[in-house]
Design a protein around this ligand. Structure first.
Ligand code: DGI
Ligand code: FE
Ligand code: FE
Length: 199
């Protein structure tokens, strides 16, 4: 697909239909942040824009409707995924942008697919979306300002901090941690240790 010919007005209308006003605003903020991060780190700004705008496209679908989508389209979920509804929208969102919006760029599809759990060996675009989702203008949790400046200062350090934040929150909530999240964390820590000559 030709990314320079994407009809953003039509896509935004589609998103407004699917999302609450708050979630739509979040999507616009993540889009802006993803573009800025892509500019800062020399990644593809068009892909970042599209991935940022669309990443939460199915966030307001009911759990039941998403489970139906998985079933009808033979998308297999692990037991952990099935029992963690917060993870559904990344899986269903990736499917919807590929099969309903006809986005054929695998990097964009994977960025949406892994924006919640992260995964081992993420591409630059996948990392940009993961981080943009954490530091977008609409976010206001404790520590977001520090993470925002870290994101533009030391990309990989900011990714590791965002992952640590998520993992700590999951532990505090007694939630299950997805194996992709654990693998992503180990991958980032190994890179840090390697850089410091400790591995
Ligand atoms: O969709 P957003 O709210 O913008 O953000 P997101 O897609 O990063 O989703 C955040 C939620 O996902 C948050 O409630 C924690 C949850 N989550 C992230 N990683 C994992 C997880 N939940 C489980 N059970 N396991 C994970 O590894
Ligand atoms: Fe999300
Ligand atoms: Fe999001």
């Amino acid at each position: 697909m030709d990314l320079s010919k994407v009809d953003y007005d039509a896509l935004k209308k589609e998103l407004e239909k699917r999302l609450s006003a708050q979630r739509y605003y979040h999507s616009l903020c993540v889009m802006d942040e993803a573009i800025r991060l892509a500019e800062r780190y020399g990644a593809d700004t068009e892909k970042a824009k599209l991935a940022g705008l669309l990443h939460d496209i199915t966030k307001n679908m009911t759990d039941a409707d998403q489970l139906k989508l998985f079933d009808v389209n033979r998308i297999e979920l692990s037991d952990l995924e099935r029992s963690s509804p917060k993870l559904y929208h990344a899986i269903s969102g990736a499917w919807v942008i590929e099969h309903e919006l006809n986005i054929d760029d695998s990097d964009i599809i994977n960025a949406v697919r892994y924006h919640t759990t992260a995964r081992e060996g993420m591409s630059a675009l996948e990392k940009i979306l993961y981080l943009a989702d954490f530091i977008s203008a609409d976010r206001d949790y404790d520590g977001v300002c520090e993470l925002r400046s870290a994101a533009y200062d030391d990309f990989n350090e900011a990714i590791a901090e965002a992952m640590a934040f998520t993992i700590k929150e999951l532990v505090d909530k007694n939630a299950q941690i997805h194996p992709d999240t654990v693998a992503a964390w180990n991958c980032e820590i190994a890179a840090k240790l390697r850089k410091a000559g400790k591995l």
